[in-house]
Every structure is written in structure tokens, then in C-alpha cells.
Design a protein around this ligand. Structure first.
Ligand code: C2G
Length: 447
């Protein structure tokens, strides 16, 4: 029986070795296909650290493979299986169901992935696997684990939430090593955490994790006050750990390029930024629950304010906001923030239960940039001019839910020993929190 398996095999670890051993046991000849950078790039795998040569060597030195080939293009698996007369295709269970289409050509076997990986990333160590613990078991936490698969060098080790039943389900669904029954149990087992609980509980978890010396990636909004956000960054600095607010747009390649194009002078001086983010949601929901600091500002304003701060900076001279207040729900549901800068103005619009066009327009003295909805998942934008023949279209990748970009940056920062990233500076997170805080206070006042 001839068996084939595929993988990147970056930073070769126990999980890889065990997968190869069990694949080999399925037959008597094992072919291992190692993916090229191009293939990984096409499917959106980030942070692959070793070269193709090194990764091939990893596989060869394991002594398990009978033959090593290279995976270069999409659709190659079907050709390989036929060309090499393969009987069995084997892959880890993190890919469950994804390769069922190959069963027209050979038997498809999903082997249980190895839970947790033994290689530990020590502080200031550049090699090794970064072990991440997830706090929270909601929708975004689920997506996070799915997306982490596309970032090389990270392993989701375990999960903690107050609800033991949710922890059990989440641990089983994602085949995690640890379903922690206390926050300290999780913190003891990991190098870093991702905080994905409702936002009124972020601060306490972030503090606890930093105090335990762990790096933290915290869902947005990290907190709803500039003072609290500032305190958390100060605490992170004191403990020499990375703290990043998980605003995925900030780390996506298209958004970064859009900011660079706008700030490079190609549309002249930036005079205005207009950004909108609205979402329909059925009440009752946590997002509209006053007991959980719900409302369109706390839930959504982070994104448009990110665009404003990246394009115009932190030096606004005036902020005015107007909000619609829902008497029934006791929260604001639609808001427009108007900011004035010395030489520019900006408006950020948010709506929960009100739908509008979610585009971003950056107006300049020579032209403007238009990013169509959903601009926060920037895949495409246009630079437009009076003379339309000068218009330019820009295309980028935004794979999956885009969480992989923030995970990749977070992991790289830890590896590089950086405590700040230009993609989202602590002061920018603090600024955004401050604007949301003022606007929410205004909305309350006029309720
Ligand atoms: N694996 C495992 N246990 C782990 C980690 C990985 O069993 N803790 C398995 C994966 O499921 C995969 C193999 O080891 O079968 C290689 O993993 P990666 O190098 O991460 O490969 P991947 O990028 O998942 O590519 O065409 C390529 C395939 O899609 C797999």
C-alpha cells in the first residue's frame, strides 16, 4: 500500500513526527509532499519560518519518509495520487472533511492530530512553537482557533471560560489539549493568551495574564476608557510582555497599503476621512445589552476610528457626536462622530440594527481613495482623480476571517522581541478608547 501526506513541516515538532509515523503505519511506502512558499502563500498560510530546503531536511531527518516530493500548486494532490499510484491519502484531523474530494481517487484517512506540542517557546527565544490559550468560547474564539491553523509556529493549547460545559464542547470541537477549569490552570500552560470574552470582562483577564508574565492579544475594544487601556499598556511594559488589541483590519495587507498610499501624497494632502460600519442584529443580543456595555459605539466604532487615526493621527482638536438612543433597549444604536483636525475633518458612523453603505472615503487635495464595503476586510481600493484616466485599482488578499493577520503579527512580535508594532501603536489604541469613551458619555447625556 502506498500512502501520501502533505504539509509545510515548519519548525518540525512532535505533532509532525507522530503524524508521519501513523501515516507510514497505514501502508509500506510513505510519500511526503512538502509545500512551497508559493503554495502556502496561495492558501494564506503566514509566518512560515524555515526555507523549503530546511523543511525538506526536517522531513528527511525524521527517517520516516520513503520519498519526499514538493507541493507547488493547487490541484496537485489529484495529479500526485494518480502519478504515484497512491492507495491512501492521510492528513491530520484539523483538516477533517476538507479533502473528501480525493476519495474519488484513493482512500482518504484523517489521523487524529496531536494535542498540544511539546516544544516550548521560552522567553526571548526565537525558535519553538508559541503556545496560545484562548479565554472565551464564543463565535470569535471559534474563528480564532480555525484561523490559527494558517499561522505557522503557533499552537492553540487550551481554553478557559466560566462555563465548564462550554469549555468541554470547545476543547472537543477543536481537539485541544487543555480544557482549563480555572484561569490560572490555563495561564500556567501557555506562553500567551487571546482574550475573546464579552468586553466588560476584558480588563480583568488582561491584567491577570500580564501579571502572570503572559503575552496578550485582546479582542477589541480592549476597554472602554482611555485611562484603563493606558494602564494595561503600562502594566504590559512593566512586565515586558506584548499587549495587542485585536483589531484585525490594522494587520491586513490591503488596509496597510491603503494607508501608505493615502499618506504618500498620491492623493495630495488628506482633508477628510469618512468611515462607516453598520451591522444588523436581532435584539435581544449581548451586543445591545446595556448590562454588557452594548451599543453601536462599543461594538463597532473601533474600526472606523482605526481608519481615522491611521490616516489623520491622534491630534484632533474637536470631537462632536450625535447618537440615536433606543428607549426600549437602553442603549445607543446609531452614532456619528465628527472629528476636527487642524487641516482635516473626519466622520465615523456606526449602526447596530441600522444598515448603511459600509465604505471608506479618504479625500485629498489631488484625488481620493475609495474603499468599498466591507472596507474593514480590505481586498480592493481605488485611487480616483479628476482626470479619470489616472485612476488606479489596487487588489490584495484578505484570507478567511482575516484573524490570521493579527495572529501572525502577534506571534512575530513575540519572536522578534518587539513590544510595539507600527501597524497598531499602543497610543492609537488608547486614542480610540478615549474617543469611544467621550462619545458614549455624550450619548448617555442626551438619552
Ligand atoms: N499535525 C498534527 N498535529 C499537530 C500539528 C500538525 O497531526 N499538532 C499534522 C497536520 O494535520 C498535517 C501535518 O501534521 O497533517 C503537517 O502539518 P503542517 O506542516 O501544519 O501542514 P499544513 O500546513 O497543515 O498542510 O497541502 C498541505 C496540507 O494542506 C497540510
Amino acid at each position: 500500500m502506498r500512502v501520501i501526506t502533505y504539509g509545510t513541516f515548519d519548525l518540525f515538532h512532535d505533532g509532525h513526527r507522530r503524524l508521519l509515523e501513523r501515516a507510514k503505519e497505514l501502508g509500506d511506502h510513505l510519500i511526503v509532499a512538502v509545500t512551497t512558499e508559493n503554495f502556502d502563500d496561495a492558501r494564506g498560510k503566514l509566518n512560515v519560518q524555515q526555507s523549503l530546503m530546511d523543511r525538506i531536511r526536517n522531513v528527511q531527518e525524521s527517517g520516516i519518509a520513503d520519498e519526499v516530493i514538493i507541493e507547488e500548486y493547487e490541484g496537485q494532490k489529484i495529479n500526485d495520487i494518480q502519478k504515484h499510484s497512491v492507495d491512501i491519502f492521510a492528513i491530520g484531523s484539523d483538516w477533517l472533511g476538507k479533502f473528501d474530494y480525493l476519495s474519488d481517487y484513493c482512500k482518504v484517512v484523517y489521523l487524529e492530530r496531536t494535542k498540544g506540542v511539546s516544544s516550548t517557546m521560552l522567553r526571548n527565544e526565537t525558535a519553538g512553537i508559541l503556545r496560545i490559550g484562548v479565554i472565551g468560547t464564543g463565535r470569535i474564539a471559534n474563528r480564532f482557533v480555525d484561523e490559527a491553523r494558517f499561522v505557522s509556529g503557533v499552537d492553540i493549547e487550551g481554553v478557559y471560560s466560566r462555563d465548564a460545559g462550554n469549555v468541554r464542547d470547545f476543547t472537543a470541537a477543536h481537539e485541544l489539549d487543555l480544557g482549563a477549569s480555572s484561569i490560572t490552570e490555563l495561564l500556567d500552560a501557555v506562553d500567551a493568551v487571546y482574550v475573546a470574552t464579552p468586553h466588560d470582562s476584558h480588563e480583568a483577564y488582561v491584567r491577570q495574564a500580564i501579571d502572570a508574565g503572559k503575552h496578550v492579544l485582546c479582542e477589541k475594544p480592549m476597554t472602554l476608557s482611555s485611562a484603563s487601556t493606558q494602564e494595561l499598556y503600562a502594566l504590559a511594559e512593566q512586565h515586558d510582555v506584548v499587549l495587542v488589541e485585536a483589531i484585525k483590519t490594522a494587520f491586513s495587507p490591503g488596509f496597510q497599503r491603503m494607508v501608505a498610499v493615502a499618506r504618500s501624497g498620491s492623493i495630495g494632502d488628506v482633508r477628510s476621512v469618512e468611515a462607516t460600519f453598520t451591522k444588523l442584529t436581532a435584539a435581544p443580543s449581548r451586543e445591545l445589552d446595556p448590562a454588557h456595555d452594548g451599543g453601536s459605539l462599543s461594538e463597532l466604532a473601533t474600526y472606523p476610528l482605526l481608519a481615522v487615526v491611521k490616516l489623520l493621527g491622534e491630534g484632533h482638536v474637536d470631537l462632536q457626536s450625535s447618537s440615536l438612543w433606543s428607549e426600549d433597549l437602553g442603549v445607543e444604536t446609531f452614532s456619528r462622530l465628527n472629528l476636527r483636525y487642524p487641516h482635516a475633518i473626519a466622520s465615523a458612523t456606526t449602526g447596530l440594527g441600522v444598515k448603511s453603505e459600509g465604505c471608506l472615503i479618504v479625500a485629498g487635495t489631488k484625488g481620493y481613495i475609495y474603499v468599498p464595503a466591507p472596507w474593514w476586510k480590505t481586498e480592493y481600493f481605488e485611487a480616483r482623480f479628476e482626470n479619470q484616466s489616472e485612476n488606479k485599482k489596487f487588489y490584495y488578499k484578505f484570507d478567511g476571517d482575516g484573524l490570521r493577520y493579527e495572529i501572525a503579527e502577534f506571534s512575530s512580535m513575540i519572536r522578534r522581541g518587539d513590544r510595539e508594532t507600527f501597524k497598531l501603536r499602543p497610543s492609537e489604541s488608547v486614542w480610540i478608547a478615549g474617543i469611544i469613551e467621550s462619545a458614549r458619555a455624550d450619548a448617555e447625556r442626551f438619552a
